[in-house]
Design a protein around this ligand. Structure first.
Ligand SMILES: [Zn+2]
Length: 300
């Protein structure tokens, strides 16, 4: 059984912006159109708004006051998103989607939130299109509820997961791994394992380095739960990056991460993270294929 978490309310109007907020509903529509949600092996769940207590697992009180009231302050303005109630609400709901997906993965083995992956958010401020660090909140919720005891975060977005790395800098039960383009946003924090790639790296080098890291995580850290940030921005035609992954490279990346951990019966929760291709159809196709790869996995 695989769970997919989604709501039409993940969409919000952010005006002319490089972040394609419509990608969430386009991926869902494509799955629906092609009959991929009709199987008994796939359950669709609605997200829920996280409670204040859940948000406080990661975020500071003052920052939450500011962001939840859509107050423009240096800590919220650094999101590079419009600080408006409807925009905050959409990202808040998508953050809750990761919580629902994580709970479900712990129960059924595999899940995907058609949103989430806001890895640039810090405890006390927003950054890089991220208000709430959904995966960090979900990690602490799982640990607190004893649904997991050793969690690995496999962050394959083009950009380093700086907020996540910093939040878990002193947390031995969460292993942070990021494979990213080195000479790009953001200012780097130290993950437990970082692979900073040169500009122009393509499928072969990317997959070789990722393969080594996955082995190290699986056999060294030995997680009992994994989050996979399946960012689409390493794509060769991304507007914000200079890595050169092809669609075939993404297939093999999904195979490597999903196949390894689902194959080892480690619960896996996937979130979408970034993707800014010149043609949004490429970003949607990458995320759609990740869903199909997860649905193929018999996680029972
Ligand atoms: Zn990114």
């Amino acid at each position: 059984m695989t769970t997919i978490v989604y709501s039409d309310k993940y969409y919000c109007d952010i005006g002319l912006h490089v972040f394609p907020s419509q990608k969430y509903r386009l991926v869902y529509a494509m799955l629906e159109r092609n009959g991929k949600l009709a199987s008994d092996a796939v359950q669709v769940l609605e997200p829920r708004v996280p409670t204040r207590e859940e948000l406080k697992l990661v975020h500071d009180e003052q920052y939450l006051d500011d962001v939840l009231n859509a107050r423009m302050t240096p800590a919220t303005f650094s999101s590079e998103l419009p600080v408006k109630r409807d925009v905050v609400d959409a990202f808040l709901l998508s953050t809750g989607g990761t919580l629902v997906a994580a709970e479900s993965a712990a129960a059924v083995g595999g899940s995907i939130n058609l949103g989430g992956g806001y890895h640039h958010a810090f405890a006390d401020h927003a950054e890089g299109f991220c208000f709430f660090n959904d995966v960090a909140i979900a990690c602490l919720k799982l640990l607190k509820g004893k649904k997991a005891s050793r969690i690995a975060i496999v962050d394959c977005d083009l950009h380093q997961g700086n907020g996540t790395a910093y939040i878990f800098r002193d947390e031995p039960d969460v292993f942070t791994f990021s494979i990213h383009q080195e000479r790009n946003y953001p200012i780097k924090q130290r993950s437990d394992l970082d692979i900073g790639l040169d500009d122009g790296v393509g499928d072969a080098e990317y997959l070789e380095k990722l393969g080594g890291a996955i082995e190290q995580i699986r056999n060294g850290f030995r997680p009992d739960f994994v989050f996979y940030l399946a960012g689409a921005d390493p794509f060769k035609e991304d507007q914000l990056g200079s890595l050169l992954l092809t669609h075939d490279g993404f297939h093999r990346r999904d195979d490597m991460v999903i196949g390894t951990f689902c194959g080892a019966k480690v619960p896996l929760c996937v979130v979408l993270a970034g993707g800014y291709s010149h043609d949004v159809a490429d970003t949607v196709r990458i995320h759609y294929n990740t869903c199909l790869r997860l649905f193929d996995e018999d996680t029972d």
